[in-house]
Write a protein that binds this ligand. Structure first.
Ligand code: KG4
Ligand code: ZN
Length: 350
């Protein structure tokens, strides 16, 4: 089974072809970062317009790179939630038009389920180590940060155990980078600077770390750094590297604590990291150390599978098709995920 996946929920226009075993036959990602950089964040209307320009050439490129025609496909998968409404609409309407024109089955996919299953993708002929169900997974991206129990490859198999009460982890990286004048997106820049810094120099607070719940909070960390910059100006040189390292350690520390606590609490052995922040080297290293010491097995996809891509959407769609599911052309987009929240933003535990 070969499935074309389409992703346009935020600031990447992506198309990929994946088979039901997770082999990635092509994976094309066109980032809008340069378009939004001047604004310091994603501008929804600009994103939607750019998806419109990119969706056809990106899909053509995914077919060409896989050496396949639309007629060779067994199904179409598209991200329908969560995300920016105007951005999601472009991918969903295009997928519906393709399904109508080619008479192929169509399935909508929750972007978070895509991130959770990215660990199963096999790139470049390698057979990846794969977790077994159920596993515990952290999704840490620019828009979402939560811990899940994943009992199978379908949306109904996914249970949120706890999440952020305010900012997502990636959002904290981006906002701190902005406060430090490091540009957008901030994650990769802070990651790079942190590798040359001393994490013990600044006592960055780690909210919720001692709290017994699986809830997270990052807005306080961001505010703490913004106040520091207000008081003392943005640091440079070694002090900047040290501040990045201290911030990163605070965020990574609480993410790893809570994720491994969830796995131990449920008696689950396999732990998965997902989402753009999972490409952070500090997070990967700290999680590897902690899991090894606790006897947990850690699975982290390569960076290309962590950040937004359509291969993960195609794979999640293939799982739905294999399970006999398909959607009608009346399929519509939704800004929010349907996975029930354990933590309500701004309010905490339900
Ligand atoms: O999953 P993703 O590509 O898009 C969303 O669904 O949001 O995640 C993007 C986020 C951004 O906030 C970016 O700053 C962060 O992931 N990110 C990183 C790293 N690479 C990307 N954060 C920390 N370290 C990185 N190396
Ligand atoms: Zn994402």
């Amino acid at each position: 089974m070969r499935v074309l996946g389409l992703e346009s929920s935020c600031d990447e226009t992506a198309a990929a072809i994946v088979d039901a075993d997770g082999r990635v036959l092509s994976d094309v990602v066109r980032s809008q970062i340069a378009l939004h950089a001047a604004w310091g964040g994603v501008v929804p209307e600009l994103a939607a317009r750019d998806h419109l320009r990119a969706v056809v050439p990106v899909t053509r490129e995914a077919c060409r790179a896989a050496g396949l025609e639309l007629a060779d496909l067994d199904g179409l998968a598209v991200t329908v939630r969560p995300g920016l409404a105007g951005a999601l609409l472009v991918g969903a309407q295009f997928a519906k038009a393709l399904a109508l024109a080619t008479n192929k089955p169509l399935v909508g996919v929750d972007h978070l389920v895509g991130h959770l299953l990215a660990v199963f993708l096999a790139r470049g002929g390698e057979a990846p180590r794969r977790p077994g169900f159920p596993f515990v997974a952290l999704v840490a991206s620019g828009g979402h940060t939560a811990i899940y129990r994943v009992a199978g490859p379908l949306e109904r198999d996914v249970e949120e155990l706890g999440g952020t009460r305010d900012d997502a982890a990636g959002e904290a990286f981006d906002k701190v980078a902005k406060a430090l004048g490091l540009g957008y997106p901030g994650g990769p820049v802070i990651d790079r600077l942190a590798s040359g810094g001393d994490a013990s120099r600044f006592a960055v607070p780690t909210p919720m770390q001692r709290d017994a719940s699986l809830e997270l909070s990052f807005s306080g960390v961001k505010t703490w750094i913004a106040r520091l910059v207000e008081r003392e100006g943005a640091p440079s040189g070694q002090a900047l590297a040290d501040l990045c390292a201290s911030f990163q350690r605070a965020v990574v520390g609480v993410l790893v604590d809570k994720t491994t606590r969830a796995a131990r609490g449920l008696g689950v052995r396999d732990v998965v990291l997902a989402g753009g922040v999972a490409s952070n080297r500090g997070l990967r290293a700290h999680a590897a150390e902690r899991c090894a010491s606790l006897g947990l097995e850690l699975f982290v996809p390569p960076p290309a599978s962590c950040t937004d891509n359509a291969a993960m959407i195609a794979y999640a769609g293939a799982a739905r098709l294999v399970a006999g599911e398909r959607d009608e052309l009346s399929l519509s987009i939704e800004p929010r995920s349907r996975i029930p929240r354990a933590t309500v933003k701004g309010r905490g535990r339900r």
